[in-house]
Design a protein around this ligand. Structure first.
Ligand code: ACO
Length: 320
């Protein structure tokens, strides 16, 4: 079997960090409410950076880390809820900016699990032998799909991008990937698309804002993460105690704390940067990986877990 490894990681964020106090001037909220309920202190918000520009910045760092040039890429997959355009895809816009002329480029939509789903496609594409180098990007400008009058949602999210290069390799460092979906529970987290509006039917456009049932999302997240961990470890001879670093989708500190207790870890065992970034959906795991990797040593076991709208979920077990 052809092995697959991560050879490069990079991330990018907009220059503006917006604090909870800054937000309390925009909506009826407070630093105390946001911090105690979510653990978020600030988030990055674009004042002009686009999904493409952030993705390209993260991608260039990942390519430099992998020590390869863009023309060596066989495939670019962008996971995002917030492309600049529906056509061309975000991946095609990134391809153009990078000059990745030999790559097949396309987007996938799996909300906060998008990076995990795209990574599975990348790994499988390399294992077939028809692709050697695949760039996966998770990127969001969530600030453009938030209702800035809705304090229930607008305080939770931020903008950012993370990118990973997967390459064929003699050693197989992607030990396992597990994914799942449940469309029947999708209504707890939604973002409407275009309604039918044509020469036969006239309809008002939707509002295009993210909507969330917070308590249902919380219940889903805290129940699915242990299942993701159990399933990705199954059949690998690796136990949770053997894992050196766990990087969860950065949604909310209460989700991280509840999961910590449920899987028998101690506070602080899970990587955390949501206090600085808020929830960046598809970008959250690759940004967190980029920041966490400074502490990784070769051969250590790393677990990535994502969960989000759809509903969708997934996990990756890596050897660094
Ligand atoms: N500032 C001040 N008050 C607020 C705010 C705010 N930003 N938002 C809500 N409130 C108020 C509500 O209006 C409500 O007031 P009321 O009691 O007078 O009606 C009160 O605070 C309590 O609201 P709840 O929704 O019950 O607050 P809760 O303690 O449940 O916390 C939260 C809400 C943080 C969203 C919680 O449900 C949660 O953690 N859910 C998980 C959601 C999540 O992480 N989503 C991320 C996106 S999804 C993903 O990544 C998978």
């Amino acid at each position: 079997m052809i092995g697959v490894k991560i050879s490069g990681v990079g991330s990018a964020k907009p220059k503006n960090s917006v604090s909870n106090d800054d937000l309390s001037k925009v909506v009826d909220t407070s630093d105390t409410w946001i911090l105690t309920r979510t653990g978020i202190k600030s988030r990055y918000i674009s004042d002009g950076e686009t999904t493409t520009s952030l993705a390209v910045r993260a991608a260039k760092k990942a390519l430099a880390d992998a020590n390869i040039t863009a023309d060596m890429l066989d495939m670019i997959i962008v996971a995002t809820l917030t492309p600049d355009q529906l056509m061309p895809s975000a991946a095609c816009l990134v391809q153009k900016e990078l000059g990745a002329n030999n790559a097949t480029a396309f987007d996938i939509s799996a909300a906060c699990s998008g990076f995990i789903f795209a990574s599975k496609i990348a790994r499988d594409a390399i294992r077939t032998g028809s692709n050697k180098k695949v760039l996966v990007i998770g990127v969001e400008i969530l600030s453009k799909i938030l209702n800035w009058k809705d304090r229930n949602t607008c305080v939770l999210f931020g903008d950012g991008a993370g990118a990973v290069v997967y390459e064929s390799s003699a050693e197989d460092n992607i030990l396992n990937i597990y994914t799942g979906s449940d469309g029947s529970r999708g209504s707890v987290l939604t973002l409407d698309g275009f309604p039918i509006n044509n020469c036969l039917v006239e309809k008002e456009p939707n509002d295009y804002f993210l909507k969330m049932n917070g308590s249902e999302v919380y219940k889903f997240a805290t129940s699915i993460v242990p299942i993701c961990i159990e399933n990705v470890l199954k059949g690998t001879n690796i136990e949770i105690q053997d894992i050196d670093h766990i990087v969860l989708h950065q949604a909310n500190i209460r989700i991280l704390d509840t999961v910590t207790t449920k899987i028998g870890l101690v506070k602080g065992d899970l990587f955390e940067n949501l206090s600085e970034y808020g929830n960046t959906s598809a970008a959250s795991i690759p940004i967190a990986l980029d920041e966490a990797k400074v502490d990784f040593k070769k051969g250590e076991k790393v677990l990535l877990v994502g969960f989000g709208g759809g509903l969708t979920w997934g996990s990756i077990l890596l050897e660094w």
